[in-house]
Design a binder for this molecule. Sequence first.
Ligand code: PLP
Length: 218
Amino acid sequence: MSLSVIKDRIAKAAIKAGRQPDDIKLIAVSKVQPPDRVVHVLEQGHRCFGENKVQEADGKWPEFGKSYSDLDLHLIGPLQSNKARAAMGLFDAIHTLDRPKLATAIARLAQETGICPDLFIQVNTGEEDQKSGVLPADADAFIATARNLDLPVKGLMCIPPVDEEPSLHFALLAKIAARNGLPGLSMGMSDDFERAIALGATHVRVGSAIFGARVPPA
Ligand SMILES: *Cc1c(COP(=O)(O)O)cnc(C)c1O
């Protein structure tokens, strides 16, 4: 598949849902992809990319940034508090705020530097042990905690369990966001972004459908 095919499918899904295609941001998830594939997408004018590791992103995006301006980089993987400073220097948005300790660390750095990326709170909608994110029952309280720290919380993010119908999880995330007055919904990946758009996704995170299967690191 390709970038243009995915953009087209996003636009069609938006229109079908009575939404504007421009209201949905496509985050091209470039983690682990070889540089030539990333350059190919950059050459087509796309600037919004997602990475799941701070260190990996730091190893490639400052270099790409020398050749391509206006990059819009999103962290979509778990963030350790001790990497918050590096992440805030590199990313325009962080989708994985999920605990008070991290919220406090980001708030302190935001005060110190005067800048803060857009933040999404990750919700563990499937209540899976191995997955990060706040539990649905704790989401309202954690959103309030983050807001009390003056953090720029723009929305919520989820990664549904692999073996369940994702739409149930997208609907739950949308419900929690709506009752908290949060406009952003980071949900939907290669296999389910159209279903996510039908349920209100504002940010879809699509990797393999754009770049091809991820090549495992040697
Ligand atoms: C890797 C990843 C994606 C993209 O997955 P694809 O199935 O390749 O589209 C989306 N979101 C998160 C959090 C990821 O880690």
